[in-house]
Design a binder for this molecule. Structure first.
Ligand code: G
Ligand code: G
Ligand code: MN
Ligand code: NA
Length: 250
């Protein structure tokens, strides 16, 4: 069977799962929330990376169904977590542009009972390339519901620093390509330091992605980055296996 045909069956075959990776306060090392990450375990293909199947899902229009399922699952699971913990969900640009986005988000929030201010939606810089008025309108509507907005993979796309003041972001996620080099390259360090400073000045939370070593952790902490995410702090795992929540969830 073709890749597309398998992907179309994945949801109803129970092959999809939502994993969660902790986001940690740099100073206290306490967990602030989790990013939801979609996983596909195919019986023959094995684990298929999102980077391989998300673009296909976008091309064949399946991303709406998958994205709604991830959002619903994440909201339902997070509703059982301790109050203050947030859940961050990635939104494909295709989902972001959908006419039904707002209605679908509102419905899922209502059905799950999750407090909207515990939900964070991650969008990538590519959505900012579209017609700005519509983008701003969608972001404004999401903000009005009480949802937080994070700019994912910041620094890798085409958006300028100016986009940070044109759009109502609550959080900047500094791309892991900068973190990879932050301890060894002055240019990467300078960018992390700059983005952290701009974020602070604009009242946005900054989070460094892809933290794998204590040295990287110390480096981003030193420049004042508020949160960290990466293998050092925790691997993505199913909700049932999240250390911090074990007593609460089970
Ligand atoms: O989990 P992993 O590092 O393999 O994810 C690779 C990419 O897939 C990341 O860019 C991540 O944002 C994206 N991704 C993971 N889960 C989802 C999801 O539920 N929806 C969308 N649109 N992208 C996702
Ligand atoms: O683009 P986005 O930030 O949504 O993607 C998150 C992706 O990064 C996930 O696929 C996750 O598995 C991956 N990831 C999370 N922590 C680390 C890390 O410490 N190192 C690397 N290389 N990847 C990570
Ligand atoms: Mn993300
Ligand atoms: Na990212």
């Amino acid at each position: 069977k073709s890749f597309e045909a398998d992907l179309k069956q994945a949801l109803r075959n129970g092959e999809l799962e939502v994993f969660y990776q902790p986001q940690v306060n740099t100073i206290t090392r306490e967990i602030c929330g989790y990013e939801a990450l979609l996983r596909w375990f195919h019986p023959v293909r094995g684990q298929v990376p999102p980077l391989e199947f998300i673009p296909v899902a976008e091309n064949i229009g399946l991303i709406h169904e998958l994205g709604e399922w991830v959002l619903r699952t994440a909201c339902l699971e997070a509703a059982r977590w301790p109050r203050s913990l947030k859940v961050a969900v990635n939104l494909s640009p295709v989902q972001f542009r959908s006419r039904n986005l707002i209605q679908s988000v509102v419905t899922i929030l209502t059905q799950s009972g999750l407090d909207p201010n515990r939900l964070e939606l991650e969008i990538t810089e590519s959505v900012l390339l579209d017609k700005n008025e519509q983008t701003l309108d969608t972001l404004t509507q999401l903000k009005a519901i009480g949802i937080q907005i994070a700019m994912d993979d910041f620094g890798t796309g085409y958006s300028s620093l100016g986009s940070l003041r044109s759009f109502p972001f609550d959080k900047i996620k500094i791309d892991r390509s900068f973190i990879r080099d932050v301890t060894t390259r002055a240019d990467a360090f300078a960018i992390v330091e700059l983005v952290t400073g701009v974020g602070r000045s604009l009242g946005m939370t900054t989070i460094a992605e892809g933290i794998e070593t204590e040295e990287q952790f110390a480096c981003v902490k030193q420049v004042g980055c508020e949160q960290v995410q990466g293998y050092l702090l925790g691997m993505p795992a199913p909700a049932s296996r999240l250390e911090h929540l074990r007593q609460v969830v089970n």
